[in-house]
Write a protein that binds this ligand. Structure first.
Ligand code: DAH
Length: 341
């Protein structure tokens, strides 16, 4: 029995000292010291020994148990240390490496154009006003003299929130004319830039969300020549002195008379080129004299006061200024695109 224990001692201590990971070490511990372990098996046979030998063997067995336990503990500590060293080595941080620079962004090119326009109008004494994008049909249409049956009210064109078509995402910034007239003292000189929404499929020139800038002046004795002079001045500031404009008759329900303003193509000087699609002119905005019915609806006496208004698309303006050919680039926010401005 003594020899068996000796053999067990040699084998177990070697196996433990050679163990390479804690799982293997644990299985060795079970193998030697567990309930069905090798040492226990030996102890079971103690009954066969003579009464004199029994205590000696018992003592030896206990010593061996202690020895194996100690060896397991020691090996466990060694393995833990080795693991920690390895981890430290793998996770070393080189504090002398240069850091990553923090990149500061900049204003979106379209908002640069908007800032430029705001500055021009503020310089002329205009106020910048803001209003709701979720709007009542009353403000988006009815108070702007747009009848019930008007095609722009169609469900196919407009995002409505209610079955009765009373609440919607504004399709134009023109309702800001009504808000201004209802809440502000006269005279009014304001611009109202903001997002508008229409059910358009996305392509190179359309997006279901885009930006408009509304402008309006209400005062005594305001005429169409004030409108033309103001807009010509704005165009010269944006496109340079001598930029030629033309005002074409048009129809909008909320202005009378109404017009559209074109600028002569700055690329070809009016000869016709890809930028102006061969037309020589580029359409910039819709405008007109605020309809007497609209004034009266807002409690302003059209016999005393008159006014003009305009609405223009901001994306189109930015695209012209920066020679951007696809509207989607403005909204995709691809850093490779934005960094060019
Ligand atoms: N709201 C019009 C549109 O979205 C543009 C417009 C035309 C605005 C004439 C005006 C205006 O203020 O007088 O097409």
């Amino acid at each position: 029995m003594k020899e068996i224990m000796q053999k067990l001692r040699d084998a177990s201590l070697r196996a433990i000292s050679e163990s390479q990971d804690s799982e293997n070490l644990e299985s060795l511990r079970v193998r030697y010291l567990g309930k069905k372990g090798e040492l226990t098996q030996i102890l079971r046979q103690m009954g066969k020994l003579s009464p004199e030998e029994r205590p000696k063997m018992g003592q030896m067995a206990n010593q061996l148990r202690e020895e194996i336990e100690k060896a397991v503990e020691q090996r466990r500590a060694e393995l833990m240390d080795a693991m920690m060293d390895l981890k430290l080595q793998q996770e070393t941080v080189d504090v002398t490496l240069p850091g990553k620079p923090a990149v500061a962004g900049h204003k979106h090119p379209m908002y640069n154009v908007l800032d430029q326009i705001k500055e021009i109008f503020v310089g002329m004494g205009f106020e910048i006003v803001d209003g709701p994008e979720v709007e009542l049909a009353d403000y988006n249409f009815t108070k702007l003299n747009i009848d019930e049956g008007h095609p722009s009210r169609e469900w196919t064109d407009t995002f409505y929130f209610t079955e009765d078509s009373s609440i919607l995402l504004r399709t134009q910034t023109s309702p800001m004319q009504i808000h201004a007239m209802e809440t502000r003292p006269l005279p009014i000189r304001m611009i109202a830039p903001g997002r508008v929404y229409r059910k358009d499929e996305v392509d190179a020139t359309h997006s279901p969300m885009f930006h408009q800038i509304e402008g309006m002046v209400i005062d005594k004795g305001v005429t169409m020549s004030d409108l033309k002079a103001t807009l010509n001045l704005v165009v010269e500031k944006i496109y340079g002195k001598g930029t030629v404009t033309r005002f074409r008759p048009h129809h909008f329900p909320f202005t009378e008379p109404s017009c559209e303003m074109d600028i002569q193509c700055h690329k070809c000087g009016g000869k016709g080129c890809p930028t102006c699609k061969g037309e020589g002119w580029i359409e910039v905005l819709g405008a007109g004299m605020v309809h007497p019915k609209v004034l009266a609806g807002c409690g302003i006496d059209p016999d005393v006061y008159s006014g003009w208004a305009f609405g223009m698309g901001l994306e189109r303006l930015a695209m012209g200024e920066y020679k951007i050919t696809d509207l989607r680039l403005i909204f995709e926010n691809d850093i490779r695109f934005l960094e060019q401005f």
